[in-house]
Design a protein around this ligand. Structure first.
Ligand SMILES: *Cc1c(COP(=O)(O)O)cnc(C)c1O
Length: 365
């Protein structure tokens, strides 16, 4: 990154940062998304000035006019990534330029001006520099980074906003699983879908999550932890979970099947799994995979493992699946061997515990 070409960030330090004692108490048990670091980044966009006024400032409320476009028409996108405490004592990032690229692709789909990738990356470095002490160093812990941007123009007409605000906030995250990964149970909804062809399924936007909340409640009512969404046209092909991509492992012919891109989110973990699975001797096939194929191959025993993946939970085993016809899947209380192997490999790379021949990891300081 050539920092000299970038606008200088204005730095406004917090006057009442969290005390060391308080922060250590939070970092000992941060949970997920409940606590935030002392600072945030904002960058504004207007048609005349373009992206301007990059600022690091105290974490705090954002004042918006009630007519701000995002509050009415949901023109909003986000990213999700993590900063890791590495074995060498440095702070690490995992493929951040992929997040920068995807943030631009999401912006394009939502008719927003793309944030230059080097500005996106610079914002991460600026925040991590000032809030470095917030990166937890426990096993499987991280500082979750949440870049997002939204339509801030005060205007109720239906057209793309002229003004935008980019923000970056950070939240310490504890180990997702306290005692090793536990298989997640899934609900396949017959009534609700997540994304249709031509829609926003491949963009990381808040709207996709808004539509997933009701089916998620349905999953809980049916005794399942998460939803697995089926395609909106045939209502039979597996798309993905609310926030994770899904893989089906066949040991008999050393193949892994995963839904093809289109209406699903192109996960960066998904892409990393392709490479790691191939190195583990599996062929990855992207194709339509129906819930009936899943059901049949579970019953016959041909299907060896199922796992979901994403930044938040890394690689997570899938246990049982329930739909209107009943329940199937692996009821095992433990993750399969390939699931565990991929999960450990990713964690080791992210925490700098093994050499990275892929060029996926970056250090901040
Ligand atoms: C973010 C997200 C994923 C996972 O993407 P990663 O880049 O691997 O974190 C998968 N599905 C959806 C719907 C998502 O929003």
């Amino acid at each position: 990154m050539n920092r000299s070409d970038l606008p200088q960030f204005e730095i406004e330090r917090s006057h009442n940062p969290t005390s060391d004692a308080q922060r250590l108490e939070i970092l000992a048990n941060p949970g997920f998304g409940r606590f935030f670091t002392d600072h945030m980044v904002t960058i504004r966009y207007s048609p005349d000035a373009g992206w301007h006024s990059p600022t690091v400032k105290p974490y705090g409320p954002i004042a918006l006019p009630p007519a701000a476009a995002v509050l009415h028409y949901a023109q909003e996108i986000f990213e999700g990534m993590k900063a890791y405490h590495r074995a060498d004592g440095k702070i690490g990032l995992f493929r951040p330029e992929e997040n920068a690229r995807r943030f631009q692709a999401s912006a394009e789909r939502l008719a927003m001006p793309p944030l230059p990738q080097d500005l996106f990356l610079a914002s991460l470095h600026e925040l991590l520099e000032i809030d470095r002490a917030w990166v937890p160093d426990g096993e499987d812990t991280s500082l979750y980074l949440r870049p997002f941007m939204f339509a801030s123009e005060e205007f109720l007409g239906v057209r793309p906003s002229n003004e935008y605000l980019y923000c970056l906030i950070a939240s310490p995250a504890g180990a997702y699983f306290k005692s090793g990964p536990k298989p997640v149970s899934l609900w396949a909804s017959a009534d609700y879908t997540r994304a249709a062809p031509g829609g926003t399924g491949s963009a990381k936007c808040g709207g996709n999550y808004a539509t997933s909340l009701l089916p998620q409640s349905e999953a809980i009512e049916n005794g399942c932890e998460q939803v697995v969404f089926l395609d909106a046209v045939h209502r039979q092909y597996v798309d993905e979970l609310g926030g994770m991509n899904i893989f089906f492992v066949y040991d008999n012919d050393k193949t892994i099947v995963t839904p093809q891109l289109g209406t699903i989110l192109p996960g960066i973990t998904r892409d990393a799994v392709f490479r790691l699975a191939e190195e583990a001797g599996y062929r990855v096939v992207e194709r339509q995979y129906s819930i009936e194929e899943w059901r049949n191959d579970s019953h016959s025993g041909d299907l060896s493992e199922v796992f979901a993946c994403g930044t938040a939970a890394v690689v997570t085993p899938v246990g049982t699946v329930r739909d209107s016809k009943g329940e199937f899947g692996t009821d095992s209380s433990a993750a399969g061997p390939l699931t565990m192997k991929l999960r450990q490999k990713l964690l080791d790379l992210q925490h700098g515990k093994v050499a990275d021949p892929y060029g996926w990891t970056q250090t901040v300081s």
